[in-house]
Design a protein around this ligand. Sequence first.
Ligand code: GTP
Ligand code: MG
Length: 415
Amino acid sequence: MAKVQQEVMRACRLGLGGIVQLWCRGDSLVEALPRLVVNPDGQPIKPVGKGKFQHGILRGESGDIDEILLAWTEWGAELNCHGGSACATAALRLLQENGFKEISPENWWFESAKAGRISLAECEARLRLPQAVTPLQVRLLSHALQLEKSVQEWIDHLSEVEQNSSLELLEKWIAAYAGDQIILKKHVVAVVGAPNVGKSTLFNALLSLDRAMVSELAGTTRDAVRQNLILDGLSVELVDTAGLLEKAAGADAEAVRRAREILQAAELCLLILDGSREFTDEDRHAWQACQGVPTLVIINKNDLPQVLTEAEYHQEGIKNIDLKLSALEDREVGRLAEMAATKLWGEHSPWAKTSVDNLHSGIITARQFRHLASARDSLAAGDMKAAAGSMRKIIKTEVAELDAIREELKPSRQA
Ligand SMILES: Nc1nc2c(ncn2[C@@H]2O[C@H](COP(=O)(O)OP(=O)(O)OP(=O)(O)O)[C@@H](O)[C@H]2O)c(=O)[nH]1
Ligand SMILES: [Mg+2]
């Protein structure tokens, strides 16, 4: 194996999109890449200048691997390969066999920030961008890539005359942050309730997908079934859970324990009751288990004669039924999706959706927000110098801060 002289980083997750970008950097890139990339006539490419593109074939000893577009950049080169994981994995292997060391996106961007090639704010946005799954997330993170520019502009315009409008803009960015967190987050929504009330049928109907098993027997679902979807622009993980049996043993008891665990950790529960039968002890337990978790109470099987009366659920302390629907006949399921999204957005919809583009704040991390808030406080107290100093900290690279930022990123890596 050749000596490591260059580095390669997967800029997108393999197998998810139409293309995969492999980003390369290193001192001897202009010598190393022509050994692996030939032009359409089969001759080694002649590297072109920065900012230019080259069409080529990535060629290994055993033959052609992929037709690629090579982009020469300020910092190295981007190999735009086809997106199938077989192609991209073979391309990566070829680079590794030829002296390129694969490094993680974290190391790539943190090293770039440490070396001062990019701002700390750009590093934070770059690390999150490959995990973006909704168009709103991509738009927000694209603004976040430009945060250095917006912050610098704010600092440049800060003067006695501008003080009020400068403060106003900071207040707007501060207000936008909560909405931005909602956009960036993956929201876990659990479908819960007694056995056989139609949880899996509703789960499938919400997804318009035959994802979870349904049967007329109680206890069909044991392991939770999870599926990602986009609900009114938000990234949501919908979880179908086992019915909350009252008396369970063995695997059933474990299924109930897990369902309760998911329910407790969920951001929102959809508690399903069966309108075609009376309120049971199992419904009571399910309702009790939802206490303390934001919950929408849903009466299902609305297509059948309704047995469950208002008096019954009032007696149980259920003050409000949010919706009656039929999962089987897909009646009001769309309305439920809207209600769930409204709950998740809270007070931030629809303002947050439009502010992403109108406001261009791009403040995405708690670290950035802390500096933003302290800049606002300083400016409100009339201390422009301190305000500018706090704003500079948003974009400035301080090596000491990098470890804290890595810690902050951990939850989003798991998402
Ligand atoms: N009539 C009618 N039947 C329904 C409706 N929703 C579900 N069912 C039926 O109710 C039965 C149970 O449905 P499931 O979706 O498996 O119920 P579940 O709550 O997931 O059940 P467990 O996984 O066993 O806890 C099936 O026979 C479904 O066809 C509905 O809206 N109307
Ligand atoms: Mg089920």
